[in-house]
Design a protein around this ligand. Structure first.
Ligand code: IPM
Ligand code: MN
Length: 364
């Protein structure tokens, strides 16, 4: 295939983990005879300082003409973020507008830790049990994130309000995606909500359960979000399979899931829209370790695997990347933030990790 890919390196560790992801992309391109044209564009806090906007017009044009977008993490250390006016900060000025522009409503966040790598987790090996393999699907363009925001006068802040709205269509389309995935994977579909308190959750459940009727072959389960947070550390394997969450709950529980498997560096993601999609790691830009060549590039490389699978309908190429990523760990290699008490000479730098993935893909 021939594809144009927009590359948004982002801030902090973004450029260095992106470099490794591109190495892997190029390895797959060569091996499978594809042709990818990459177009780099500024995005994030750095883009604000160099271009005056965290999501400049020219970056929008690059993204508009791309078939798919690979985005790195954005944001700077708190002191530097304070120099950026609120509306130009990368979260509200770049990430949310990117999601809205392409209506990327389904966010796939796989959470995977095989039994053999249980040592990465801060939890006891017996809690990891036979291993963790959860596909969290987070609704990404609705709910409280995109509702109307009202704040009282800045000098005398009397109140603030965040509206949380979900429409039938918004819930239905992501529920369909979740049931389709569960059917494909042969797992149950677990719906997470707060229907004992929130009207939006009660409505969410009505729609999800209506969709469930068309998937009577897929086992369905519904769990309250507070209980889910508890169970995620007590019995994470109970979540194995597909888990559907609304935007805010999905934000929180996917980070928690990253903690359960030992690192947010193990959390890739894909954000799927009706016409255009993008991929990104679920974590931030880790400015404290930027430029040291120690960041774990797994989440960025895994995001490229998700791009092949979810955006380019190329599961074979995706499988090749996943196999190589896990092979690195199975050989006993690790990265500096992961637990498990490995040999110091088996702790890989960012670039050595990428090189090893490429070697494995080339069968060396
Ligand atoms: C994520 C991030 C974003 C979110 C922020 C940076 C806006 O935390 O992708 O999980 O809250 O969605
Ligand atoms: Mn988050």
């Amino acid at each position: 295939m021939r594809k144009n890919i927009a590359i948004l390196e982002g801030d902090g560790i973004g450029p260095e983990i992106m470099r490794e992801a591109i190495k892997v992309l190029r390895a797959v391109e060569t091996k499978y005879g594809h042709q990818f044209t990459l177009e780099y564009a500024p995005f994030g806090a750095g883009a604000y300082f160099s271009e005056g906007s965290p999501f400049p017009e020219k970056t929008k044009e690059v993204c508009d003409r791309a078939d798919v977008i690979i985005k790195g993490p954005v944001g700077l250390a708190v002191e530097k973020m304070n120099d950026i006016p609120q509306e130009h900060r990368p979260e509200v000025g770049a990430i949310l507008p990117l999601r809205k522009r392409y209506d990327t409503y389904a966010n796939f966040r796989p959470v995977r830790l095989p039994k053999s790598l249980a040592g990465f987790s801060p939890l006891k090996a017996e809690i990891i049990g036979e291993g963790i393999d959860i596909l969290m699907i987070r609704e990404l363009v609705g709910g409280i994130y995109f509702g109307k925001k009202t704040e009282g006068p800045a000098t005398d802040l009397e109140y603030a309000e965040d509206e949380c709205v979900y429409t039938d269509e918004q819930v239905r389309r992501v529920a369909v995606i979740a049931f389709e995935e569960a059917r494909k994977l042969g797992t149950r579909m677990m719906n997470i909500h707060k229907a004992n308190v929130l009207a939006t959750s009660r409505f969410w459940n009505v729609v999800v359960e209506d969709v469930a009727r068309q998937y009577s072959d897929v086992p369905y389960q519904s769990v309250l979000v507070d209980n889910a947070a508890y169970q995620l550390v007590i019995n994470p394997a109970m979540f194995n399979g597909v888990v559907l969450l609304e935007n805010m709950m999905g934000d929180i529980l996917t980070d928690q899931a990253g903690g359960v498997i030992g690192s947010l560096g193990l959390m890739p993601s894909a954000c799927i829209g009706p016409d255009k999609s993008y991929v990104e790691p679920a974590h931030g830009s880790a400015p404290d370790i930027a430029g040291q060549n120690i960041a774990n590039p797994y989440s960025m490389i895994g995001s490229v695997a998700l791009m092949f699978d979810k955006c380019l309908a190329s599961p074979v190429e995706a499988g090749e990347i996943w196999t190589a990523l896990f092979a690195v760990f199975e050989k006993g290699y690790t990265t500096s933030e992961l637990g498990g008490g490995y040999d110091a000479d088996k702790v890989l730098s960012t670039s050595a990790f990428g090189d090893m993935v490429v070697k494995i893909i080339h069968g060396k």
